[in-house]
Design a protein around this ligand. Sequence first.
Ligand code: GDP
Length: 297
Amino acid sequence: MAFEGLADRLQGTIKKITGKGKVTEADVKEMTREVRLALLEADVNYKVVKDLIKRIKERAVGQEVMESLTPGQQVIKVVKEELTELMGGEQSKIAVANKPPTVIMMVGLQGAGKTTTTGKLANHLRKKFNRNPLLVAADVYRPAAIDQLETLGEQLEMPVYSKGTDANPVDIANEAIAKAKEEHHDYVLIDTAGRLHIDEDLMGELTQIKEDTSPDEIFLVVDSMTGQDAVTVADSFDDQLDISGVVLTKLDGDTRGGAALSIRAVTGKPIKFAGMGEKLDQLEAFHPDRMASRILG
Ligand code: GDP
């Protein structure tokens, strides 16, 4: 599980301070030092850590007194609130278009988990909200990607719009949206092409799909195992496409988890979902407060 190392360290630090009836400035200093090291070790962006620690210090020293909590608990409450805020505060909901269908473009580098996440999201929309999505195979460069989405469609018993590898992705997306209107699909999930690295051709194609289809959401799928790279990738995609949210995959893996903590602060875009495994039901809505509780115990 992600954050295990971070959680262990922070929980150890917290134990030392929880019971304290009186918290001195030296205690706060020691604790923030530990929190800082734990976050850096978890691969959280340096500047993000610096800003976070500054806020924790300011608030923890000038504590408002709450009678129900010991001073130690109050300091921890501050840390939890700041971590929650860092990950975006409130849970970010998925868009619903005024006039269906709601169009969601799925983007990301190859191997990040984009196609799997497209299937998972379709499953989530049906199970949680009783929606009827249409999946669209717009990654025309890799026949395997089209096959993969079709297989997911079969598993989910959901239709997949595909035209093989000869058609233009922009046309595929437009035709799929027209078909969704005819057949009363309320969501259209477009699985776009991924590459191993960001390149101009890819961004050009994605920009064209965006301009032509005016999606309600553009979700960037990033692999949390790639650490700081995930943050850099998110920043580049956001610059080019103005993404609306991030899906962090492979949070079930043995990752240091720092990406989850920095990505929102660096891009300003919310983390919408977390992938917690390879199976189609292993997608969770991302709740910053629950994630902070998981980390702090
Ligand atoms: P794409 O190239 O971005 O479309 O990536 P795929 O959807 O093909 O996924 C790449 C690999 O990552 C596959 O083996 C998936 O099963 C795996 N994967 C995707 N999401 C998760 C996740 O949340 N957890 C784990 N453990 N594996 C994942």
